[in-house]
Design a protein around this ligand. Structure first.
Ligand SMILES: Cc1cc2nc3c(=O)[nH]c(=O)nc-3n(C[C@H](O)[C@H](O)[C@H](O)COP(=O)(O)OP(=O)(O)OC[C@H]3O[C@@H](n4cnc5c(N)ncnc54)[C@H](O)[C@@H]3O)c2cc1C
Length: 310
């Protein structure tokens, strides 16, 4: 049994969620290889070769992989798929774009967003916005799996010494072309990988009011998130959204400010290690998952908290 992990990267560095995916792959029971499909992506291949537990890195380096077009990456995965019992990718926008194409072409059922490996053919995945866990057994010859990063510890990024092997790059599929990319710039940590997240909800009242969360996030080195209601109201950009239809986070500390705790929000953050909720309504459902409940007006409580943090 050999598992192949599709690396998530930007041609310069390996994204952290790849490390969580390697852990899931290792739990499938065999060797773990990583496929790096990119352009001028030597540094990524080097980083992948150092990941603990990885025995081989396949590199397909060609201009048609520069922008991660799913049509091209999926064809590259299919070109090497015959050697693998398991093919895994992070359940990110990229992984969710690539792997269904691979599963369809291999004529197997994709197993999506696993949070646990019970056996090489049996996996756990949340359903109904995380309110139930389905145990899924696959009889397909190849298991094509997306991995929820928050379900698995990251493999160590150092300590491995995998062989790096260049593989022939597939031709450009010609089915899609790269038009442009607008990247939100932030000095804060990336939301899905942050150790601390400070999120605001509709209770913030306006986009301007989110400024009162900034000193709190600064003090804690936190990423900033939001509920869907805050995003839909235009308070903050939609890449801040945490929840069922937003990002799934599981930081060491999650601070929910002016968020009621709808199940769709909880689905994205309830696995956080410590949850602090600030809400003026003592009956707010967010308190049912909170480790620390602060009942009060956020406009008074947040500045006090910032002051107390020194
Ligand atoms: C299919 C579907 C998918 C969805 N996906 C998501 C998702 O991914 N993420 C998500 O978040 N939601 C999602 N939702 C929406 C979700 O159901 C809720 O509507 C949303 O989470 C509510 O956001 P909120 O808690 O900010 O707002 P509200 O529910 O309006 O809560 C605001 C809270 O702020 C408190 N508050 C107000 N003023 C203050 C103050 N001054 N001080 C302290 N507290 C105050 C109130 O007591 C209240 O609890 C989804 C819904 C559907 C149907």
């Amino acid at each position: 049994m050999v598992a192949l992990v599709i690396a998530e990267h930007d041609n310069a560095s390996l994204k952290a969620v790849t490390l969580n995916t390697v852990t899931a792959a290792a739990q499938c029971g065999g060797d773990v290889h990583i496929l790096v499909a990119g352009s001028n992506c030597g540094a990524v291949a080097e980083a992948a070769a150092k990941v603990a537990g990885v025995t081989k890195v396949l590199v397909a380096d060609a201009p048609q992989f520069a922008d991660g077009l799913a049509e091209n990456v999926a064809e590259q995965v299919l070109a090497v798929a015959g050697n693998y019992s398991h093919i895994l990718a992070p359940a990110s926008a990229h992984g969710k774009n690539v792997l269904p194409r691979v599963a369809a072409k291999l004529d197997v059922a994709q197993i999506s967003e696993i949070t646990k490996v019970d056996a090489p053919d049996t996996f756990e995945r949340p359903i109904y916005a995380g309110n139930a866990i389905a145990t899924v057994q696959s009889t397909d010859s190849v298991k094509v799996i997306t991995v929820r990063g928050t379900g698995f510890d990251a493999a160590a990024s150092e300590g491995g010494s995998a062989a790096v092997e260049t593989v022939a790059a597939v031709a450009d599929s010609g089915k899609s072309s790269f038009v442009g990319r607008e990247v939100a710039k932030s000095d804060r940590p990336e939301l899905t990988g942050a150790k601390v997240v400070v999120s605001g909800g509709r209770g913030m009242g306006s986009g301007d009011n989110f400024k009162i969360l900034e000193p709190l996030a600064d003090k804690l080195g936190a990423a900033m998130g939001a509920s869907r209601a805050a995003v839909d109201a235009g308070y903050v950009p939609n890449d801040w959204q945490v929840g069922q239809t937003g990002k799934i986070v599981a930081p060491q500390l999650y601070i929910a400010v002016g968020i009621s705790g709808a199940i769709q929000h909880l689905a994205g953050m309830k696995d956080s290690k410590t949850i602090v909720a600030i809400n003026k309504d003592p009956e707010a459902p967010i308190f049912s998952v909170a480790d620390y409940a602060l009942v009060g007006d956020l406009f008074e409580v947040v500045p006090q908290l910032v002051e107390a943090l020194g």
